[in-house]
Unconditional design. Structure first.
Lengths: 365, 550
């Protein structure tokens, strides 16, 4: 066994929520509003509904192959070499999106707070911390994520509460102006975020109670649905559809906070909390890449891979896109199709189909 | 350290066995262990005198039993470690003068002298016989006196220990307003008796062992059978017997030798000088390790939350205690992060401050020649120097230090424009906050303040949060005797939160902390929440009803 740790149900829920929502905090509301206008919040709800089947497939596949991670049961479903090939593709995909995440947070910090600091330094610093957490194992990752989770959620709730004086729900009206197609288009990007739940398939075997995986994803989706919904509604109520033109709309929401001249512009504090969330998200994916590679190569320990993978991520994060704007454009227009049709939805559906047919064949014998 | 190399060469079963009673003088060890007492008193004395050559504090006193010429006795003890008046009254007077009056003169002979000595003559409570010379030597060294009887190959060990010791005083390190005042002293037996007096139960077990090849320090491992997890006791004893060291002068030696993460700054072994704290820990299923020669008793496993718990928390009312606990957590956070937060906000995030405050700080800092980081660092270092001086300095010059600290470092530095007033306030608040919690619990935070300040000066709040994440992750990875150090917060043990950040009233703390007390989880009967007596309540209700009708 490569990983000796066990994580309990709530730790897994918190990991999943952080895994999906941390980066969505930054840019997702703007992407939704850009497509659906004032009806962006409907896109958020629709994405939650559409995301559930992906989660169901993830859980179902794991329940067919208990005790095995995604990379391991690919071999069982597709056979040795095709399984290894798809496993490699999955790892490359995870590496790609993880480097985007690192870049996203690095850009966020360098664009807004640490102006003039080289992005290399920021990315490297985050990855070094992630590497340290991974060296300590999944259990430590889950526990420390559990410790920071209330702060991440708390800061969001606090932001929403403090910004109430600036809100005007009239800005969300008129409802359903955009029309069904626009709302659906707006829901594709958040759906791709929800689709990251496929990474959960890598840690289901390490749950203390693997039978509760279904319950975990349901809880995750309830919390995530609320977060996405509130992000869009609050963003819209403060800024209206103009939100679509902002890079970091929720950051701008925190900027208008001013409470009796004591709490003014708390965005650096809130930034720190989000960066924490982002760091745990990166760590989680980084861990999955390392663990998956070790399983693909059938190593005895994943720890020798931590630093090499970190170096690859750091280098890739600098070259994954030419600029912040290019990256956001990629996330809004290309990533949903790239991710959904292949690794997040397309492949899992095909895998489940093959697995079910194979299982039926086995039973009939 | 010749005997260490010799030990390594000989890996016989005798060495592998823990607690072999050896003298630490390698060459004599084998002979001494096999040596038995001889029936000849002079030969025994010759051996002892040879063993204790050049030990001027060992006293050899020969006298006659019941004033019979043919029956000689010898008393051997270490001057200063034994109660001399007890020896002269209850041993020497009793055996030489009072025995002839009490017994039939004709009966005593050389052959039955030992029986008479033990059963009729000695007026001492604890008496033990041994035929082993080595055991006799050890008894002498630990303060007992031995009595040798001519013609018998047996030494009588008298429990006559009595030495100059500090009396039981009020705890110096963990004071309380409400609660018992007593604290441990340097004598092991006194310390165990203080705990035994609180827990009058046969299940309180106090096992002894001796550690330290040269110092032969007595160690006692205490636990309550039936509450403690037996595996924990085994683990503690196993870790203790693994220790091979020349001397143990304080429990800190043991702490560093048995802890789980030897290089961590955070204490994963607790220590206290308060008997009530030890008793409470034992009742929760922990194990206490007493070390002779120090008032500091170790308790394992140790959790991080214990840094914000004091014995008084359980004596004072629950609501107030909960408030104080929150205050302590706030203080811990201030002690750790306030200087770095200050540095980060002043150098990177000025927009967070309300404008008047920002202007006021800017005006103060106008004349200051250093960046805020250097300024804060200098003041923090100055404060650490003052604190260290305060602990080490002779009592008589204490006032001088406070004058220097207050006037020169504080006031003059501000007037000279070297530091801003705001920096002084931040440093002073940090210093005060670090004293609010349990002293050893805050040591790590005192140290970690400095790297956090560096990070804050380089990366602003991002650096600060990065540092905090590393600290929290490190703490999450720590274990104390197999139990997660951050429990019950990480991993979350919801039932144990009742005695962590807040404290529930006693009637609500039905279960022991899960991770140490799961062997015997229920601590008290449920449903003890005080209610008004049924009868008076009815009467009161009736009276009210009557009044309403009127």
């Amino acid at each position: 066994m490569l990983e000796g740790g066990k994580i309990d149900t709530w730790q897994a829920v918190f990991l999943n929520v952080i895994m999906v929502s941390a980066t969505a905090l930054l840019g997702a509301p703007a992407i939704m509003v850009a497509q659906a206008g004032q009806d962006g919040w409907l896109s958020a709800l629709l994405a939650t509904m559409l995301g559930l089947p992906i989660a169901w497939i993830t859980v179902k596949l794991s329940s067919l192959y208990p005790g095995q991670t995604l990379i391991q049961y690919l071999d069982d479903i597709l056979g040795r070499w095709p399984g290894k090939a798809l496993g490699l593709l999955y790892l490359l995909y995870f590496t790609h999106i993880t480097s985007i995440m690192v870049r996203e947070y690095g850009s966020f910090l360098v664009d807004v707070f640490l102006i003039g600091t080289p992005i290399t330094v920021v990315n490297a610093m985050g990855l070094i911390i992630s590497a340290y957490i991974i060296k300590l194992g999944l259990e430590v990752l889950a526990r420390s994520n559990q410790l920071f989770f209330p702060w991440v959620i708390g800061s969001l709730v606090l932001t929403f509460l403090l910004v109430i004086p600036e809100m005007d729900l009239a800005r969300v009206q008129p409802v359903l102006e955009a029309g069904g197609l626009q709302i659906f288009k707006g829901s594709l990007a958040p759906l791709a975020w929800y689709g990251e739940i496929i990474a959960f398939a890598m840690v289901i075997p390490f749950l203390a109670k693997p039978g509760e995986a279904g319950k975990i994803v349901i809880l995750t989706f309830i919390i995530l649905g609320l977060i996405f919904f509130l992000l869009v509604v609050v963003g819209l109520a403060v800024f209206g559809p103009g939100l679509a033109n902002m890079n970091y709309p929720i950051l701008n929401v925190t900027r208008v906070i001013s409470l009796s001249r004591v709490i003014e512009r708390p965005e650096p504090l809130i930034m720190t909390v989000w960066v924490t969330g982002g760091l745990f998200k990166v760590t989680f994916f980084y861990y999955i890449i390392v663990l998956g590679s070790a399983q693909l190569l059938q190593l005895k320990s994943y720890r020798p891979l931590v630093l090499p993978v970190g170096a690859i991520l750091a280098a890739l994060s600098l070259n994954v896109s030419a600029s912040t704007l290019q990256m956001f454009s990629f996330l809004a227009h290309y990533w949903p199709f790239y991710a959904l049709f292949t690794f997040e939805f397309g492949f899992p559906v095909a895998l489940l189909g093959i697995a079910l047919i194979k299982n039926r064949g086995n039973k009939s014998k | 350290m010749a005997f260490f190399s010799r030990r390594r060469k000989k890996t016989g079963p005798a060495d592998a066995k823990p607690n072999t009673r050896d003298s630490g003088q390698g060459s004599k060890k084998q002979i001494a262990q096999s040596l038995l007492l001889s029936p000849d008193l002079d030969e025994n004395l010759r051996f002892l005198k040879q063993s204790f050559a050049d030990c001027s504090d060992v006293v050899f006193r020969e006298f006659l039993f019941a004033q019979r010429e043919q029956i000689k006795l010898a008393l051997v003890y270490v001057d200063g470690l034994t109660n001399k008046s007890q020896l002269s009254d209850q041993v020497m007077r009793a055996l030489s003068l009072e025995i002839p009056a009490a017994t039939d003169n004709t009966v005593i002979t050389k052959a039955n002298a030992l029986h008479y000595v033990k059963m009729r003559g000695l007026c001492i409570h604890q008496v033990k016989e041994t035929e082993n010379l080595q055991e006799a030597v050890e008894a002498i060294l630990s303060g007992d006196s031995i009595l040798l009887v001519d013609g018998h190959a047996t030494a009588v060990i008298n429990g006559s220990r009595g030495w100059e010791a500090r009396s039981i005083e009020e705890s110096q390190t963990q004071g309380v307003v409400r609660g018992p005042r007593e604290s441990f002293v340097e004598t092991l037996r006194t310390n165990t008796s203080l705990v035994r007096r609180k827990i009058k139960n046969k299940d309180l077990k106090i096992e002894s062992l001796t550690l330290g090849e040269v110092t032969r320090t007595d160690i006692a491992v205490a636990y309550i059978k039936g509450i403690v997890n037996e595996d924990l006791v085994t683990e503690v004893k196993q870790r203790l017997t693994r220790i091979k060291i020349d001397g143990i002068l304080e429990s800190g030696y043991i702490e560093e030798l048995i802890r789980d993460n030897p290089l961590s700054m955070f204490p994963t072994v607790g220590h206290t000088d308060r008997p009530d704290r030890v008793a409470a820990n034992l009742l929760e299923g922990r194990v206490a390790i007493f070390v002779d020669g120090t008032p500091m008793v170790l308790t394992v496993p140790h959790f991080f939350v214990e840094a914000i718990q004091t014995p008084e928390d359980y004596y004072e009312q629950a609501l107030f205690t909960s408030f104080v606990r929150l205050l302590r957590i706030g203080s811990l956070l201030i002690a750790l992060t306030l200087p770095s937060l200050y540095v980060a906000i002043i150098s990177f995030h000025q927009e967070m401050l309300p404008t008047p405050l920002l202007l006021s700080i800017a005006a103060q800092r106008e004349a200051v020649p250093f960046p805020v980081f250097v300024e804060a660092l200098l003041m923090e270092i100055a404060f650490e120097i003052i604190r260290e001086a305060g602990i080490r300095l002779p009592r008589q010059v204490g006032q001088a230090i406070s004058i220097v600290a207050a006037l020169i470092v504080g006031q003059a530095a501000v007037q000279a424009g070297l530091v801003a007033g705001a920096t002084i306030i931040v440093v002073a608040l940090t210093a005060m906050a670090s004293f609010v919690v349990y002293y050893s619990g805050s040591l790590a935070f005192r140290l970690l303040r400095f790297p956090l300040m560096f990070l804050a000066a380089s990366f602003g709040l991002f650096g600060l949060i990065a540092g905090l994440i590393v600290i929290v992750v490190h703490m999450t990875s720590l274990r104390s005797f197999g139990v997660p150090y951050l429990a019950p917060i990480g991993p979350l043990v919801p039932g144990d939160l009742k005695d962590s950040i807040v404290r529930a009233p006693w009637w609500a703390m039905i279960k022991r902390p899960h991770l140490v007390g799961q062997n015997n989880p229920v601590r008290e009967a449920s449903g003890m929440r005080p209610k008004p007596p049924q009868t008076t309540a009815q009467k009161g209700g009736d009276a009210d009803a009557g009044r309403r009708q009127n």
